[in-house]
Design a protein around this ligand. Structure first.
Ligand code: GLN
Length: 494
């Protein structure tokens, strides 16, 4: 019995390059695991068995030539927000349930060029709106550590499938925490790169000024390898940054002696009602900080004074942008169309009313309201001004520290259904992740232990200055050299 599923992308790539396993064998191995386990998890919307095996065969041919790129033949899954040519791209919405994309997203085509084999498309919150993966048209995803709990969202299918070892890695997108939060709740490593680092072309837009693609995998070194393949300038995305892509694996081994870690008081504080991060989360995060201290880092108290404004500012900016982005889905050009429309207006309203779920409709309504004349200055403009203040807070902090460390989520994975009737409490679960998107910064979540009461995974967040991905990956990798949280697999999926 082979245990390829336990191996990291880095290890699988070495086995493939050495000819010790073929891509077809690996692809079959993971397709088998998907078949055996995904009924419990619901982490995939589409599995591309035939396509994957054809890609694997092509990868094996390339490997035989002796100059195949590092990731050739490694299987991966893509969040179903990335357009994939000839394959359904649903964004977990009834609206796009019948949509076969005519082209590949840049991230997808870059990963194809790098030789990665696509196993399928992962489940997510509808149009990436959510923190629990409960808003998907295809049903909730289950957290592999406890099937009664959520995996987080919106990249919940990607996180759950990596955690259950039914894919070695997956892509995700992060608009307000959607890579980091599910990575934390499922016990894997996820990186949200700097805004503009990876192309947004072909990644279905939620909030264009915040959306960013990134890798989700077991380890930081896997994320480094994957980011090498994903990142880079793209003329098809006007917000993509024209900056060289370094080799993100180059700095992984650097020692952390003298690293200055900033600890924002606001993220560790409790409010008057004693609310803040759960004490179990706090205990894990503090233990991880001690670990860093023992590795030669210095812990420095800092302040990000406008932190409490990030959730309200985000929940104006993101809905405003989504209301504009989703207006293209009107029942006319592609996607869902209602039955027998009476006239054009009926076609628009019924197609959108019947195909968008409740959370998406709520966001469109909030966003349309915030952008309407008379309210624009009071809401959208104000939120953009707050965004600047939040960016300035980080800029000040990075004058004194190299990275910032914080919790990812206030609590561990909650029970399915627990927050779905209360959108505000759902929005508040993004409290530690959202400011990073408003400021366009890179940040990473890595597994740091388990909560003593719920026994569920807890993540540590590492935030860096713009384009400091190599530093974040180095800081995370060094921790993973000293700890084994990232190697733990949920018992049912062993
Ligand atoms: N949970 C946040 C939201 O619902 C973030 C989602 C995301 O990052 N895509 O908007």
């Amino acid at each position: 019995m082979n245990h390829y599923y336990r191996k990291s992308v880095t290890e699988l790539s070495a086995l493939l390059q050495a000819g010790e396993v073929s891509s077809v064998e690996l692809t079959e191995h993971f397709l088998e695991r998907i078949k055996a386990h995904d009924e419990k998890l619901n982490s995939f919307i589409t599995v591309c068995e035939e396509d994957a095996l054809a890609q694997a065969e092509a990868a094996d041919k390339k490997l035989k030539t002796g100059d195949a790129p590092a990731l050739t033949g490694v299987p991966i899954a893509h969040k179903d927000i990335f357009c994939t040519r000839g394959i359904r791209t649903s964004c977990a919405s009834k609206m796009l349930d019948n949509f076969i994309s005519p082209y590949d997203a840049t991230v997808v085509s870059k990963m194809k060029t790098a030789g990665l084999v696509m196993l399928g498309k992962t489940n997510m919150d509808e149009f990436a709106m959510g923190s629990s993966n409960e808003t998907s048209y295809y049903g909730s995803v289950k957290n592999p550590w406890n099937l009664n709990t959520v995996p987080g969202g919106s990249s919940g299918g990607s996180a759950a499938s990596v955690a259950a070892r039914i894919t070695p890695a997956a892509t995700g997108t992060d608009t307000g925490g959607s890579i980091r939060q599910p990575a934390a709740l499922c016990g894997i490593t996820g990186l949200k790169p700097t805004y503009g680092r990876c192309s947004r072309f072909g990644m279905i837009a939620f909030a264009s000024s915040l959306d960013q693609a990134g890798p989700m995998a077991k380890t930081a070194s896997d994320c480094a390898l994957l980011l090498n393949a994903m990142a880079g300038f793209d003329a098809k995305d006007s917000t993509s940054i024209e900056q060289d892509v370094p080799d993100y694996t180059a700095d992984l081994a650097k020692p952390l002696q003298g690293l200055r870690i900033g600890l924002p008081g606001e993220y560790f504080a409790r409010d008057e009602q004693g609310k803040g991060m759960h004490e179990d989360v706090e205990a894990v995060v503090k233990a991880a900080l001690q670990q860093y201290k023992s590795m030669g880092a210095e812990l420095i108290d800092i302040s990000l004074p406008n932190s409490d404004l990030s959730v309200p500012a985000y929940y104006v900016v993101a809905p405003a942008e989504c209301s504009a982005n989703l207006s293209r889905l009107d029942g006319v050009r592609y996607g869902y169309r209602c039955d027998k429309p009476k006239d054009l207006n009926d076609l628009y309203t019924r197609s959108r009313g019947e195909a968008f779920g409740a959370e998406v409709q709520r966001r469109i309504m909030i966003g349309t309201y915030a952008l309407s004349s008379g309210y624009y200055d009071a809401y959208y403009l104000k939120a953009q001004q707050i965004r600047q203040l939040i960016s300035d807070d980080f800029r000040q902090a990075f004058n004194h520290v190299d990275v910032i460390m914080a919790p990812v989520t206030p609590e561990t994975a909650f029970t399915i259904g627990e927050k779905s009737a209360d959108p505000i409490s759902m929005y508040l679960s993004d409290i530690y992740t959202i400011a990073v998107n408003l400021a366009g910064l890179p940040a990473l979540s890595l597994p740091a232990g388990f909560a003593s009461s719920s026994k569920m995974p807890v993540g540590l967040q590492i935030i860096g200055n713009h384009f400091s991905e190599a530093k974040l990956l180095n800081v995370a990798h060094q921790y993973q050299q000293q700890t084994d949280w990232h190697t733990q697999c949920p018992q049912e999926f062993e």
